[in-house]
Write a protein that binds this ligand. Structure first.
Ligand code: MG
Length: 378
């Protein structure tokens, strides 16, 4: 079938490059779930018969999506064979085929989803935010403080604030008193007027969560992400009912089905949308729509994405006013930037979009060269 958008009667996907982007960190980054010393992301470059290339990225952390870099790389190869020789602009149909072929693997499916949206926007010669019906705007991300001693975390907070950051995200999760000491030290170092969010990454039980959040009531915290294990949805509701600080679901919410259940239960105040959990933009839009209908604002969060995933996220934010918060500073953890173009991300958290077609980001050729990769073609 010829497409409306393409002049080519046999318009289709001709080739897919799969690249394992392994990006070292200069310092280990600690959260309650893990200590990370590098990012290992899957990038796909989807080529079409018109000579355009869509680029997408997924970040597969074992402890969140259940994927490992090695399994993600293999899954990406299997998915590539489903997509080859088909029309990439029929995004809904292509993504449904991927999910039907193999469930879960949300980070790999995210890489393909972002690549297909990037390709569609390039076909339309529009920046991705415009394709999605959005308005170009500057996006402000928080800066994230990894878990450490209160003293070290306070130094990081002071440094971010001195650099112009207006919003901090604080990783906690070793117990009520430790975490209270962290919050106290960081608020003192950051001063008033700096927005502060907490993320316990599933580390607390219900009693600890209620006790810790009650004790933190005086430190002007905007919200607490994922106080309980991912499976404890009923517990989230109970914590929300007793906490003076609003609650955000992160590891509990992957897709729109989770969003619907959480909204219907009144379990949380906010949703954290991450493209590598939602399997990309297609489902992220659905999560946001459910949030909007239920009066639940969303945050666009991230894991260890490079500027490829981050750029796609920033474009999505511009198309979704209900995504009111951004946590996407993962590229600042890297010792080297493996990407070209994409958004401009300043150390104070300010993200500025460009008007090139698509999300604009790609892998630097020298990084393609040195990375583990495979090419699959028709
Ligand atoms: Mg989180």
């Amino acid at each position: 079938m010829p497409t409306i958008l393409s002049k080519n009667q046999d318009y289709s996907i001709t080739k897919i490059e799969i690249i394992m982007l392994k990006i070292p960190y200069p310092h280990p980054f600690r959260i309650a779930l893990a200590v990370m010393d590098c990012a290992q992301n899957i990038v796909v470059r989807v080529h079409d018969s018109d000579g355009l290339v869509g680029v997408g990225e997924g970040c597969p952390p074992r402890f969140v999506t259940g994927e490992a870099p090695e399994t993600a790389f293999e899954a990406a190869k299997l998915y590539a064979r489903i997509l080859l020789d088909k029309n990439p602009l029929e995004i809904d149909a292509r993504l449904a085929e991927l999910e039907r072929f193999m469930l879960k693997n949300s980070a790999v499916r995210c890489a393909y989803d972002l690549a297909l949206y990037d390709l569609l926007a390039k076909h339309a010669s529009l920046p991705l935010y415009a394709l999605l019906g959005g308005t170009k705007q500057v996006v402000y991300s928080n800066r994230t403080i990894g878990m450490d001693t209160p003293e070290v975390m306070a130094i990081a907070a002071a440094s971010f604030v001195a650099g112009g950051a207006k919003s901090l995200k604080v990783k906690v999760g070793t117990g009520r008193d430790d975490d209270l000491a962290r919050v106290r030290a960081i608020r003192k170092a950051a001063g008033k007027g700096i927005a502060m969010r907490l993320d316990a990454n599933q580390a607390w039980d219900e009693a600890t969560a209620i006790s810790a959040l009650t004790a933190m009531a005086d430190y002007d915290l905007q919200l607490c992400e994922q106080p309980l294990p991912y499976w404890n949805e009923a517990g989230l509701k109970r914590v929300r009912e007793h906490s003076p600080i609003p609650i955000m679901a992160d590891e509990t919410i992957f897709d729109h089905h989770d969003a619907f259940r959480l909204a219907a239960a009144g379990a949380v105040d906010y949703f954290n949308i991450k493209l590598s959990k939602s399997a990309g933009i297609h489902n992220a839009l659905k999560i946001n729509a459910i949030g909007e209908a239920a009066g639940i604002q969303c945050m666009l969060g991230g894991m260890s994405e490079s500027l490829i995933g981050v750029s796609a996220g920033a474009h999505l934010i511009c198309a979704c006013p209900n995504i009111a918060l951004a946590d996407m500073d993962s590229p600042f953890h890297f010792s080297e930037d493996p990407t070209l173009s994409g958004v401009d991300f300043q150390a104070d958290g300010m993200v500025t979009l460009r008007d090139t077609p698509g999300h604009g980001a790609d892998v630097k050729p020298e990084w393609v060269e040195r990375s583990e990769k495979v090419e699959i073609s028709v």
